[in-house]
Ligand binder design. Structure first.
Ligand code: GRF
Length: 215
């Protein structure tokens, strides 16, 4: 009985370094569904007590802090992270404002099952150092008429994985990095839950094809 239920839901780990507004948007979207294809089973952060943890606690979602700084070597950190994800039977990883690169073995193990949201229209305005206000300042300085949000697959570099979806917003003449960030964030909150839900459904379908019901 339990086994069937387990196979019918995708278990997500959300990785968040900060306030976690995208995490909230995803949780709210899943909560609003009659038959959600996924549930958020874990919130992980490299920081001691980010805003995301507060929301996780309020929603009965397990929180774990794990940072490379807590380990003496990269290998130990990588192993601890992998052990945690496998132990919690995590199927999919969602990076919602997570500021660290993921270790190689985690990326390999979860290939095409790790998704990130970036506050610009990749492949432009991405890469190391392109986060927060830096992104929006760069877009304004470059004189772009449009910006937006991008959801992409995560690989071993910053912001280089396959692009899955984008939502565009206008850049207004009097925009500051803050006003543009606000408009882009609203787009993120529409886009990210939609893509996460689509990807969870896709994974469930694949699982169904591998092990048809009743087998
Ligand atoms: C978002 O702008 C996202 O695009 C970027 O980090 C920010 C996280 O915001 N990767 P929040 O923690 O989800 O509110």
């Amino acid at each position: 009985m339990q086994e069937t239920a387990r196979n019918q839901i995708i278990r997500i780990a959300v990785f968040a370094s900060g306030r976690g507004s995208n995490f909230r948007a995803i949780q709210h979207a899943l909560e609003g569904m009659k038959q959600p294809p996924a549930r958020i089973a874990l919130c992980l952060s490299n920081n001691p007590d980010p805003g995301a943890f507060e929301f996780a606690r309020e929603n009965g979602i397990e929180t774990v802090r794990l940072s490379p700084r807590m380990f003496t070597s990269e290998e130990e950190y990588e192993q601890a992270l992998l052990d945690l994800l496998l132990n919690r039977e995590i199927d999919m990883i969602v990076l919602a404002g997570y500021m660290k690169l993921l270790p190689r073995r985690v990326v390999q193990r979860y290939r095409n099952r790790i998704f990130n949201i970036h506050p610009a229209l990749l492949p432009e305005f991405g890469g190391k150092g392109m986060y927060g206000a830096n992104v929006h300042s760069a877009v304004i300085t470059a004189g772009r008429a449009e910006s937006g949000a991008t959801v992409h697959v995560v690989d071993l570099e910053y912001d280089t994985g396959a692009i899955l979806a984008q939502e565009r917003v206008p850049v207004l003449l009097d925009d500051t990095p803050e006003t543009l960030a606000e408009r882009v964030l609203e787009a993120e909150h529409r886009l990210f839950p939609r893509v996460v839900i689509e990807q969870a459904r896709k994974l469930l379908d694949e699982r169904g094809r591998e092990a048809p019901a009743g087998s």
